[in-house]
Design a protein around this ligand. Structure first.
Ligand SMILES: *[C@@H]1O[C@H](CO)[C@@H](O)[C@H](O)[C@H]1NC(C)=O
Ligand SMILES: *[C@@H]1O[C@H](CO)[C@@H](O)[C@H](O)[C@H]1NC(C)=O
Length: 241
């Protein structure tokens, strides 16, 4: 009789242990899901990250939050060795080659990349031989991207030859976002934006309308890592009198 009860108790405690473990797993997994795009999404998530879940541009706050103990250089070298990183950088490299052919950038250009996430564009430009590339985003991502608000860039006027961003559609204040690019790029320089595919003239015009002192150079439909996007290039002019 006694032994029978003992065995029953053992079973009950085993059942509790299993239930406890399952509960822990549940907590763990629901936490890792819920952190995915909270808040961060508001600021700079461009269409690339929103439209393709498994994008080669890792940008969710999970990337930063899930490995708090990994030092930045280790974190970066891990990302850099991934296939998706290479794919993302390669896609941008061919985009920049196109801008190079159009004489919008050269090895000696000073380039500002706004809302650049982990810095794919910075890596692509540096690899192609451009020395002076600055990458910024709301959240810093060493070593390629430092922290700066795209709506309030910490740079003087007219200092860059080219401003580049894939982050317009994630901007809280698009006019302000574009205004800061226009301010920091010199007269005669260019601003190149990659936005969600524009299906109509009106959509292109709405982006163009955010600029106050630039004129349209090029609108092209492009495919960037399987996403249908539109490249809009504007030439920054002297402020009209
Ligand atoms: C730009 O720099 C890269 C790397 O140094 C070099 O291979 C390339 O030839 C340069 N391009 C031009 C147009 O000078
Ligand atoms: C881009 O593609 C859309 C359809 O997806 C088309 O309506 C538009 O005219 C194209 N724009 C250019 C510049 O080719």
């Amino acid at each position: 009789m006694d032994r029978h009860i003992q065995r029953l108790l053992n079973r009950i405690s085993l059942a509790f242990a299993v239930a406890g473990t399952l509960a822990l797993f549940h907590v763990f997994f629901s936490t890792s899901v819920s952190c995915s795009y909270s808040g961060h999404n508001l600021h700079h998530h461009d269409t690339l990250t929103q439209t393709i879940a498994h994008s080669p541009f890792p940008r969710s706050s999970c990337d930063a939050a899930s490995r708090p103990t990994l030092p930045p250089d280790r974190r970066f070298s891990r990302i850099q060795s991934s296939r998706s990183w290479r794919r993302g950088v390669a896609a941008l490299s061919s985009l920049f080659l196109r801008l190079r052919t159009a004489h919008l950038l050269s090895n000696s250009s000073r380039i500002l990349c706004v809302s650049s996430g982990a810095g794919h564009e910075v890596a692509a430009l540096r690899e192609s031989g451009v020395m002076d590339v600055t990458g910024v985003d709301l959240i810093d991502f060493p070593p390629l991207v430092s922290r700066a608000d795209p709506h309030n860039l910490p740079f003087f006027d007219n200092v860059f030859d080219l401003g580049f961003s894939r982050g317009l559609s994630g901007a809280l204040f698009p006019a302000r976002f574009v205004g800061e690019l226009e301010r920091t790029v010199r007269n005669g320089g260019a601003v190149a934006l990659v936005v969600e595919r524009c299906g109509s003239e009106e959509e292109v015009a709405s982006v163009k309308g955010l600029f106050r002192k630039s004129s349209l150079v090029e609108v092209s439909n492009i495919t960037l890592s399987d996403s249908q996007m539109t490249l809009i290039v504007m030439r920054v002019n002297e402020m009209p009198p």
